[in-house]
Each structure stands twice: as C-alpha cells, then as structure tokens.
Design a protein around this ligand. Structure first.
Ligand code: NOJ
Length: 566
C-alpha cells in the first residue's frame, strides 16, 4: 500500500547532510577532522535546515580505507575523539531538532578486528566468521593463479589474500585489510544485531549500511568472465543480491527493531536496479527505508563499466535513468536522491560547469533538479557551497586507496600515465575529501595543523562564511530548496512526470498532487535555451524559486526555475 497522506514515515520529509569527519573540521590541530570539530559547526547545519546527519565512520580503525575498515564497532577512534564526544554530538543534534545516522560497515571488518585475528587460527570457533578457502584445485597454494576464484577486488588486484600460516586464502572484496564477513554464520549476524542495538540505545537514530547488498554471497563461489586488464574478473553481478539478502535484511530489521523503533535506514547497494530497490524498500518487505542506487553515477562511464573509463555526460540518458527510478518507486518503496558523497567527485565539476562564470548557477541548477524529485535528498558537506574538484596533478597528492591502487595497476598494465592521471583527476574520491572550506583564511578555517589532504586554493572565494553573507549564494539556494520540501506536501509526495526526454540541454519535469502542479525547468548547459512551446502553459504561473531573477521565455546558461502552475 502507498503510505496514506499524513502517515508517511518521518524520514520521507527529511533532508540528510553527510559528514565525512576526517575532512569536516579539525579542533585539535592534528590536521584531521574530529567530532569536537563537528560540534563546533552545528549552527551551520541548523542554518541550512537539514534534518539528519549521516556520519561516515568514526569507529576505531587502522584507517586503511579511512575508517571503512573497522577494528572495534563500539569504540571511537582517538583520531576523531571519544565516546563522550559522540554522546555530546548526539545531544547537540537532538537539541537542535536533528538526528544522527551512523555508518554501518558490516560486509567486512578490518583485518585488525579481534574477530578476524581469532579467525586466522584454523582451530578457532571464529574461523568460519570469514570466507576462508583452499587454493584452486591442482595449484600450489600461494603461487600465481592459485586463488580460489578469479575475482578482482573493487580496489583493483585479486579479491583473495593468501595466508601462509594456514595455506588458505581469505576473501576481501575491498582492500586486503578489509576481509569479508561470512553472513551465513548466525554468530556473525547476532553480533552485528547486538552492536546495532547498542548504538540505538545510546541514542543514534538509524544507519547508513555500507555495501549491504554484498552480505549474502552465492555459493559455491565461482569464476567470473575476465574483463580486467590484469586477467581478473571485475563482475559485481557475481557478488551482489545473493539468495539470502532479503532474509538477512528482514532479520536485521526485526532483531534491531528498525521499523518498530521508527529508525532511519538506507542501504548502499552496488548495481541494484529500481525493481530490486523496490523489493527492498517496499514497506511490506520489512527491510529498509531506502537504498542508494549507483546507476546514475555510472552514466559517465564507458562500455567497460569501470568508473575510470570516463565518457561525456549524455543528459537524455541521465534523465531516463532518474525517471525510471522515480516511476519504479512511485507507489511502493522510496528513493534516496544524491549527486555527491565521499566516494564521488564534486557534481559541479562533473555534471555542471565549474568555471567562474557558471559555477554558482550550475551548482544551484543541479541542486534544484535533484531536490524537486520525489525521495529523500542528501547534501554532501561542501556541496551546499558549490565546492569543486581538487585539481590535483600528481599521484603523490592523493591519499585515497582506490585511486592509488588503480594508478599502480593501470600504469603497470601499460596505460599512458597522463591519461591515467586525467581519469583520476576527474573521478577520484579525493575530489570530495579535500577539507571543508569554512572561510578565506589559511587552511580554509579547517584547523590550525597542516590538513591531511590539501585544501583547494579556491577556498579564498568558495567558503561557508562568504556564502552565508551573500543572499545569492549556492548555500542560500540550498536553504530555500530545503525549506520548500518542508513546507510543501507536493515536493514530498507529488507524482513525477519527465518532460522532453530527448532534449540534450533541458531537464524538465512536473510534480502533481491533486489539482496542484509544479513544473521544474532546468538548463543543463552553458548556452541560453528557449523554453519550447510544448511545455505546460505558463500563463499565470508563479515562480517559487529560480536561479536568476528572470521570467523570460529563454533560460540563460545553467538557469533553472520552479513554477507553480495556475
Ligand atoms: C562504500 C564506502 O562508501 C566506501 O567509501 C568504502 O571504501 C567501501 N564501501 C568499502 O567499505
């Protein structure tokens, strides 16, 4: 059943703000952002008007993947502060009417987690908590090609690591320091549920679940089609949406009380399509509130499907994809809406035009296009300022394990170094991880110490202090969009219809609720475009929000408007 009006769960009216703690604000001058740094900036979030903070991992971790490799799920890493700091963050958010969603990384742990340490011992009852396998039949363990399957990891190189002590391999779909947990083992699942309940009891309001559609593997594990330059198979379809995924998610929901306690839940799901997303987020499924799709993030990847194989954005393809998700989850399930997070480059550099002439307009137009869709919008730190890609030119400037491992692999395979670097400069996750730009001072007001990743020199112009003081800034546009969602039921629940699907510059759609209709017109190009005559009649229409103070029948480069039709 679609939700009755007025009965919709609270998170369907919410806007989420993602904090990548390492890059948000550094309170103690060690060059790394921390929880007290976040607490010092809660007024920025209140001013923006967001309802929920999703905090990327702050758990104890060796930081091989910046905290997505967890060695203790119930401790805060000293780099970020203490449990008491986290309690203070929860209290500070709750006092301001905001909620806290924690990152839940349970497809894998760190190899330094005590569970894995114990699992290294073949005689341990925890041996089976991870995926240990013997060498491929007929191969000497530890020799090239002896890995149990030909899987490449998401971070390049084999997905198997050899353990000379036991002559076996363990599976790691990410780095070798991120061994995959064996969810078939009930002890693993119970330990995860218990840990989640512990956080809920501490006051957190829900979870963002890291790569959660990888937890159920399809057995027996088998070779995939080779599609990597290194002779490995990089075919995620072999590892996603395994046969017990629905069961595991339902069990988690029940055991933790996700639905019962009205908690927020979003599952990050690799390669999921809209039908699968609906099957996970339909209320009747009793699994998750919403999922993160990757489909629209792959639209500028070439035929290999690999993110580094960059092709120009074709707007009709993006529109068709977003529309498919809008239609697919119109009555059952719920969409999450995002153009940025800590794994994606900056959207204004990727889809917009980050030149001085169009940066502000294109950042606003991307925001309008996304925030008027049906679903729960996510703002990634700095997106509300129109922060741009990092502009790094040498591999030494990068920190990200994915970028560094890809660079090594691609150059070793004969890739032209300048082409490899160009792909990384466009798509690297570090584009989103440069320190938050608070003001024009040294280190952008991030902190007193040398930041762990270089600050973008454009912080002299692009920063939160300047944006707050300028009523025409990207920041104030985000505020207005968030307020519109809070004020108008039609923004939250109206039915979506894509217009002009083939147009290569205009992104136009309507939202309808009863007799009320909103029309969004957005020019996704730097050239002026006339509004075509086959759009709905604009006579008597009111502009609710626009990027430019204009009602001309022509849109300037990157101009967008939200109309309420008469
Ligand atoms: C997805 C996270 O968003 C990403 O940052 C991380 O590297 C992988 N999962 C592995 O945990």
């Amino acid at each position: 059943m679609p939700q009755d009006e007025g009965m919709a769960p609270w998170w369907q009216s919410a806007v989420v703000y993602q904090i990548y703690p390492r890059s948000f604000a550094d309170s103690d001058g060690d060059g790394v952002g921390d929880i007290p740094g976040i607490i010092a900036h809660l007024d920025h979030l209140s001013a923006l008007g967001v309802d929920v903070v999703w905090l990327s991992p702050v758990y104890r971790s060796p930081m091989d993947d910046n905290g997505y490799d967890i060695s203790d799920y119930t401790a805060v890493d000293p780099l970020f502060g203490t449990l008491e700091d986290l309690d203070a963050l929860i209290a500070g958010l709750h006092e301001r009417g905001m909620k806290l969603v924690m990152d839940l990384v349970v497809n894998h742990t760190s190899d330094e987690h005590p569970w894995f340490q114990s699992s290294r011992d073949v005689a341990s009852p925890m041996r089976d908590w991870y995926l240990w396998r013997p060498a491929r039949e007929g191969h000497e363990p530890g020799t090239p090609g002896a890995e149990p399957t030909n899987w490449g990891s998401f971070f390049s190189g084999s997905g198997w690591e050899y353990d000379p002590a036991s002559h076996q391999y363990f599976l790691h779909l990410f780095s070798p320091k991120q061994p995959d947990l064996n969810w078939e083992n009930p002890g693993v699942r119970q330990a995860v549920h218990q840990m989640m309940r512990w956080w809920v009891d501490r006051g957190v309001d829900g979870f963002r679940m890291d790569v959660i559609n990888l937890i159920s593997k399809t057995y027996p594990l088998r070779d995939g089609e080779v599609n990597g330059p290194d002779g490995l198979s990089y075919d995620p379809s072999l590892v996603i949406e395994g046969p017990r995924l629905h069961e595991f998610l339902r069990e988690m929901n029940t055991e933790v009380g996700l639905s019962e306690r009205d908690l927020f839940s979003v599952g990050e799901m690799i390669l999921v399509n809209a039908d699968q997303a609906r099957s996970h987020t339909d209320e009747a499924a009793g699994e998750l509130g919403m999922v993160f799709t990757f489909e629209h993030m792959s639209i500028d990847s070439g035929p290999s499907g690999m993110k580094w194989d960059v092709i120009p954005l074709h707007l009709p393809t993006l529109k068709a994809n977003l529309a498919q998700w809008q239609y697919g989850l119109a009555d059952h399930g719920w969409n999450s809406l995002y153009f940025e997070n800590h794994d994606q480059p900056r959207s204004v550099s990727r889809f917009g035009d980050d030149s001085p002439e169009f940066r502000v307009a294109s950042a606003k137009t991307l925001a309008t296009t996304l925030h008027l869709l049906k679903g729960t919008p996510y703002v990634y730190q700095g997106q509300e300022l129109g922060m741009t890609n990092a502009g790094f030119t040498s591999i030494e400037q990068y920190n990200d394990i994915e970028s560094i491992r890809f660079h090594a692999q691609a150059v070793a395979a004969g890739g032209a170094p300048e082409q490899v670097l160009a792909a990384i400069a466009f798509k690297s996750r570090d584009n989103a991880r440069t320190p938050m730009q608070w003001d024009a001072s040294a280190n952008a007001g991030f902190g007193a110490g040398t930041p762990w990743l270089a600050v973008n020199p454009n912080h002299a112009e692009i920063n939160a202090a300047a944006a707050a003081a300028d009523p025409d800034s990207v920041f104030h546009h985000y505020r207005a969009l968030i307020a519109l969602r809070h004020d108008l039921e039609i923004v939250r629940q109206g039915r979506f219809l894509l217009l002009l699907p083939e147009d290569e510059r205009l992104f136009c759609y309507t939202r309808t609720l009863g007799a009320e209709v909103l029309l969004v017109v957005a020019n996704w190009s730097s050239e002026p475009v006339a509004l075509p005559s086959d759009l709905p009649d604009l006579t008597g229409a009111e502009v609710l929000l626009g990027t430019h103070a204009s009602t001309s029948p022509q849109l300037a480069g990157w101009e967008s408007r939200i109309y309420r039709l008469a």
